[in-house]
Write a protein that binds this ligand. Structure first.
Ligand code: AFP
Length: 335
């Protein structure tokens, strides 16, 4: 049986847009190439010394940089940066945006978390890359703040790659969310999950409950509500937390439920980054029929003021995200 490759699928999607120039297809192709390089290194991590462990550096968010973090960051910057499709790249691992020479720049802005969940590398837990694509909106060749600080609702496409028991790429450019699995023998991604829809309700919640004492009362009540036994509302929910956002999100997208990383006393805006984590996953979940909120309002409506800013995140099935927003706005919930 002939299977659909990711590149064929992207070309088909491009045909839906009569103004397409091929630049977007080209960009997606280069993302794929970088993903294959990173997938190969992730699968080899632990074999040999060179790519395993810490670099000794601390990134812009105060986190220890793994060698694979640096490898993934450099690989995506080099591959996507040379594609001729982008004018700027921002990355969770790079303090400043990478601005491409105008002579070889394209019309897109690429944002990424090159290796999300990298503190899990040493223990063989799935990690991933998250990316987001915007159009350059300012006139002329110069890249301006307005190009780098767009609302998530302006995304042209977003996706993620899970380096797990198999390597999968999930992306959307607006017409459905589609998943592709890497066939390592052919080095090709094949369509395995067309038109993914998230269930309207799920049975799991996902949160770092070790932070409970730092949450405000409403957040505590929300989690207590999810844990309380009540057969009528099919509670308690099951707790599932990997600590690698791509993996926790991927499970939530396929099975339903809610993933939460709230603000707390230590980090009022939570831990996750708006541009590199929340926005791309919010774009995907929205197209799959789910929701993403900061607890009050839509993630995609947040107007960023800094490329590295953080946000609380509640993401998943529409039913559970609406429930979370309702309980977060209610004092003394939790029954
Ligand atoms: P690392 O990349 O440092 O492993 O952080 C992963 C992450 O950004 C995201 O993937 C997880 O959902 C979240 O942090 C886990 O954070 P906690 O360790 O605070 O639960």
């Amino acid at each position: 049986m002939l299977r659909t490759t990711l590149v064929q699928h992207i070309r088909e999607q491009e045909k839906l847009n009569p103004n397409a120039t091929g630049m977007f297809t080209n960009l997606m192709y280069e993302i794929l190439v970088a993903a294959k390089f990173v997938s190969l290194e992730v699968n080899k991590a632990g074999i040999g010394e060179s790519i395993f462990g810490l670099t000794g550096e601390i990134n812009v968010h105060g986190e220890e940089v793994q060698k694979l973090d640096r490898y993934a960051n450099e690989t995506f910057i080099k591959t996507v940066g040379n594609s001729g499709s982008v004018c700027a790249i921002t990355s969770e691992e790079s303090e400043k945006p990478v601005i491409i020479d105008p002579e070889s720049a394209g019309n897109y802005v690429f944002m990424m978390d090159p290796l999300d969940g990298s503190s899990n590398i040493d223990v063989n837990v799935s990690i991933g890359t998250i990316f987001s694509i915007y159009r350059k909106i300012s006139p002329g060749k110069e890249v301006k703040d307005e190009d780098l600080l767009q609302k998530g609702s302006a995304q042209v496409a977003a996706g993620y790659i899970v380096y797990g028991s198999s390597t999968m790429m999930v992306y959307s450019s607006g017409d459905g969310v589609h998943g592709f699995t890497l066939d390592p023998t052919l080095g090709e991604f094949f369509l395995s999950h067309p038109y993914i829809r998230i269930p309207n309700r799920g049975s799991t919640y996902s949160i770092n409950e070790g932070n409970q004492e730092d949450w405000d009362e409403n957040q505590q009540n929300l989690v207590n509500y999810l844990k309380k036994k009540d057969s009528l509302t099919q509670r308690p929910y099951k707790l599932r937390y990997i600590g690698s956002l791509v993996s926790d999100f991927h499970r939530t997208l396929l099975k339903g439920g809610i993933f939460m990383y709230p603000g707390d006393k230590k980090n009022p805006n939570g831990k996750l980054r708006l541009a590199y984590e929340a926005n791309p996953l919010a774009f995907i979940v929205g197209i799959a029929g789910g929701k993403a909120s900061d607890g009050n309002s839509r993630i995609l409506d947040i107007a960023p003021s800094d490329i590295h800013q953080q946000t609380p995140l509640y993401i998943g099935s529409a039913g559970e995200v609406e429930l979370a927003e309702k309980l977060l706005a209610t004092t003394n919930a939790g029954n």
